[in-house]
Design a protein around this ligand. Structure first.
Ligand SMILES: Nc1nc2c(ncn2[C@@H]2O[C@@H]3COP(=O)(O)O[C@H]4[C@@H](O)[C@H](n5cnc6c(=O)[nH]c(N)nc65)O[C@@H]4COP(=O)(O)O[C@H]3[C@H]2O)c(=O)[nH]1
Length: 537
């Protein structure tokens, strides 16, 4: 092959390998990206869930106290004050507990009875747990929020929760890598508790938050971010919101990315080399085959077809072998596919037919009825020079058969016409490996087919209880009905031969009788027959 063509082929392999690798690694990269993005988002959700869980636990405990506060004496005797103080000691999240009457007068708190009471807002009617804030506690001068419940009698018991204390208890500092984590009003989004820089997504209505939600896009600080929000189970008016910058979420870390790029390059190089290697091997097989033809290294072997009743040789199938200079004798499976691909099959097959005519001449002289069968494929049937070689051979071989597979018979429209021409010349058409083609059987009637060669797999099934065993009998029955001749291939045991004979299949081919023989061995066998044939009865 010229250098320029070889180079072009190599470039084609490199380009193909590049394309294949790009597709495969593109998919891998996309999967890696999705997996990384999901993991990062899950991390943010987990942080929010953790804070949600801890806050919820705190609020539940406080709420349980507020529910018990139904029994507190609202005239604020010593016992009531004691219970209020006891609660503050027990739960350090509360810095103050107070009792407010119907008019909004704060009557007493953990510091004592207020005289005169302080005017605050009148309790609302709802009996639900509620919050308000953020407020600045007068006593402690710090930000706080208030949890409250209105009792059955209309009095309110409330608890002051300083924001800083909660922030430390929840250890919000540990989430400083996030953009922010906050406890916000579910209706308005006003933060009650905040760690980080609070910003909200643009063009995405987030509030009111009623269920868990996620959002990503541009935020009001101009950055791209991801956000997760979840209302508190015990107080849905408050929600935990966590947000992080999109960059770490949507950017794959460099280590797996670099590993992927390195793997991509390695696979690209290996694949290019593999393609080059396969091409080279094929080229070399093609070249070797050409050389073999010119050096006449290809030769015929002949496998006898036996009449099982008389034990006489009634014909031969011509098979091909390659006497390879270094590999020894090679079977057709090694080189016929390549010969078909490269077109060398035509030259090989013409030489085969001519050799057979020459080699079989002495046997044909003894027995002019000797059947001689050649393997032919669709490609050969459309080749005038091969058909001419067959026609030529027919003048020497009276009983000439060509074997086609079902696939070959059906693959080309003009096959039928060619077969009819061959039949007109007196050539017999056989279907090889019959029963394995998975095609309908209508062609048996529309094509000029005389003979069916039962595939070895059906013969091998004789005496075995497998799926193919019933098919054999059906094939035999059908051939009889359609008036087709039958040959059984791959007969290896006396039991199989006996069975086939009983079913009316008289012509056998198989190792029980003989393997494919070189012409010299075939002549010896014919001279000795039938006495030397193994007896199987
Ligand atoms: N296990 C077993 N095998 C048996 C027995 N009896 C015969 N055989 C093998 O079965 C194959 C029969 O040939 P095929 O079905 O036409 O199948 C042939 C045919 O399709 C193809 N082939 C062989 N020679 C040629 C040729 O000259 N031209 C073309 N186009 N194809 C050929 O290669 C295939 C294989 O040929 P081979 O290797 O020679 O293998 C031959 C033969 O050696 C047996 O009792 N047991």
């Amino acid at each position: 092959m010229p250098r320029a063509r070889l180079f072009a082929k190599q470039l084609k392999h490199i380009a193909f390998a590049w394309l294949a690798c790009t597709v495969v690694f593109g998919i891998l990269l996309a999967l890696l990206f999705v997996q990384h993005r999901d993991a990062e988002q899950l991390h943010i959700q987990n942080v929010a869930q953790k804070v949600h869980f801890e806050l919820n636990a705190q609020l539940k405990e406080i709420d349980s106290f507020l529910r018990q506060a139904e029994s507190l004496d609202v005239t604020c005797p010593k016992e009531t004050l004691f219970r209020l103080r006891q609660q503050v000691f027990k739960n350090p999240a509360m810095s103050e507990v107070g009792i407010v009457d119907h008019n909004g007068q704060l009557l007493c708190n953990t510091y004592g009875v207020l005289n005169p009471p302080i005017q605050t807002t009148a309790p609302i009617k709802s009996k639900e747990l509620r919050y308000h804030g953020p407020v600045i506690s007068d006593y402690m001068e710090m930000s706080a929020f208030v949890l409250a419940r209105t009792r059955q009698d209309g009095y309110e018991v409330n608890v002051l929760l300083p924001s800083d204390w909660l922030r430390h208890t929840l250890d919000l500092q540990q989430y400083s890598k996030l953009d922010f984590i906050a406890l916000v009003d579910s209706q308005t989004g006003v933060p009650i508790l905040l760690q980080g820089n609070y910003s909200l997504p643009l063009h995405q209505p987030l509030f009111p938050i009623e269920l868990s939600l996620q959002a990503h896009g541009e935020f009001d600080d101009g950055m791209n971010k991801y956000l997760f929000a979840k209302p508190l189970a015990s107080l849905p008016k408050l929600s935990v919101v966590a947000s992080s910058n999109s960059n770490p979420i949507f950017t794959i870390r460099s280590t797996p990315f670099v590993a992927l790029v390195v793997a991509y390059l390695i696979v690209w190089v290996l694949l290019s080399y593999l393609l080059y290697f396969i091409e080279k091997r094929q080229l070399s097989l093609k070249y070797q085959l050409k050389h073999a033809i010119s050096q006449r290294q290809l030769f015929n072997v002949y496998q006898p077809l036996i009449d099982a009743k008389t034990q006489k040789i009634v014909g031969v199938e011509v098979l091909i072998r390659w006497q390879h200079p270094s590999e020894g004798e090679l079977g057709p499976a090694y080189f016929i596919p390549e010969a078909e691909r490269s077109g060398a099959i035509v030259e090989i097959s013409i030489a085969q037919v001519q050799n057979a005519v020459q080699e079989l001449a002495p046997l044909l002289a003894l027995n002019p009825q000797l059947k001689v069968s050649f393997n032919v494929n669709g490609q050969l049937l459309s080749c005038a020079s091969y058909l001419a070689a067959l026609e030529q051979a027919k003048q020497h071989i009276r009983s000439l058969t060509i074997e086609l597979t079902e696939r070959d018979v059906l693959s080309q429209a003009q096959v039928k016409h060619t077969l009819e021409q061959l039949v007109a010349l007196g050539i017999e058409v056989a279907v090889d490996d019959f029963g394995t083609g998975y095609s309908g059987l209508q062609y048996l009637q529309s094509f000029p087919i005389d003979l069916l060669k039962i595939d070895q797999s059906f013969v091998a099934s004789i005496g075995l209880d497998n799926l193919q065993s019933p098919v054999l009998n059906a094939v035999i029955e059908m051939a009889t009905k359609l008036n087709k001749k039958l040959i059984a291939e791959g007969v290896e045991t006396a039991y199989q031969a006996d069975y086939l004979l009983k079913q009316g299949v008289e012509v056998h081919q198989g190792w029980l009788y003989a393997k494919a023989l070189a012409i010299e061995a075939l002549i010896v066998m014919v001279q000795r027959e039938p006495s030397t044939l193994p007896s199987y009865s």
